[in-house]
Design a protein around this ligand. Structure first.
Ligand code: GLN
Length: 243
């Protein structure tokens, strides 16, 4: 069975390419019934309002919700994180439908507008522990959301320091410029809760496939039937990394 990537809009091709690099087949999901044939799902970054409208048009919300509830792994990146959150602020007027499941409050455009997009080195101890490699990860934040509150069953995998001024102002939903210096306040940018993984940044736009590999390790059993190469890649992934 392959891994589904919601392909309504946004960076779904990049996720499929990253999966392919790991020897895993990624298939585009546009219709509810296609979810029956995948073992896990990635909801990519893009524009969450547009994606929600398209999901509604294709009657995908009920199927997406039951997929999340079924316990199969689901990973939301950026707009995908917004989709998975139980609660969101900073939405367009009228809000937007969410899939939910992730016990988090997300701010949709926490880091500001498109021109305030940035890259930064994130400390990712759990990822490095599980997948090897350096203790940090290059986070690409494009008009990115952030998690402001997370429930007790949510494991924080990465956070990011921001000025307390921004934290306070975004809590009251007014827009601010991102300041260069930080005050020790942090927002959450990567989490895991049971079968759900969410990142505010875009691992699919980097050459570092550790988040994809981490997600694949949340999936039970070999993911690609019928291909010796892919099964070997899966087994190799389970072996310790020598470096
Ligand atoms: N903040 C954007 C939204 O609301 C998400 C941006 C992204 O996915 N890169 O959809």
């Amino acid at each position: 069975m392959a891994i589904g990537v919601l392909a309504l809009q946004g960076s779904f091709n990049e996720h499929i390419t990253a999966l392919n690099k790991l020897g895993v087949k990624g298939v585009e999901i546009r219709k509810p019934e296609q979810l029956e044939h995948v073992r896990a799902l990635i909801i990519p970054g893009g524009e969450s309002t547009t994606m929600a409208k398209l999901a509604e048009y294709h009657n995908l919300f009920p199927a997406l919700r039951s997929f999340v509830k079924s316990g199969k792994p689901v990973w939301g990146t950026c707009a995908g994180l917004i989709f998975l959150a139980d609660r969101a602020v900073g939405q367009k007027q009228g809000g937007q439908e969410l899939v939910g499941g992730l016990d988090c409050l997300v701010h949709r455009n926490f880091f500001g507008s498109q021109i305030q997009s940035f890259e930064t080195e994130l400390s990712v101890p759990t990822l490095a522990d599980k997948e090897g490699g350096p203790p940090n990860f290059r986070g690409i934040f494009i008009r990115a959301p952030a998690i402001l509150e997370a429930g007790p069953s949510v494991e924080v995998l990465a956070d990011y320091p921001v000025p307390s001024k921004q934290v306070m102002e975004t809590a009251s939903e007014s827009k601010t410029e991102q300041e260069q210096n930080n005050s020790g306040e942090k927002v959450i940018v990567a989490v895991k809760q049971g079968n759900l993984l969410a990142t505010a940044f875009h691992p699919e736009l980097t050459a570092d496939t550790r988040w994809h590999s981490f997600f694949m390790n949340m999936v039970d059993g070999p993911v690609d039937e019928g291909s010796a190469d892919q099964t070997i890649a899966y087994i190799a992934k389970q072996l310790p990394v020598f470096q």
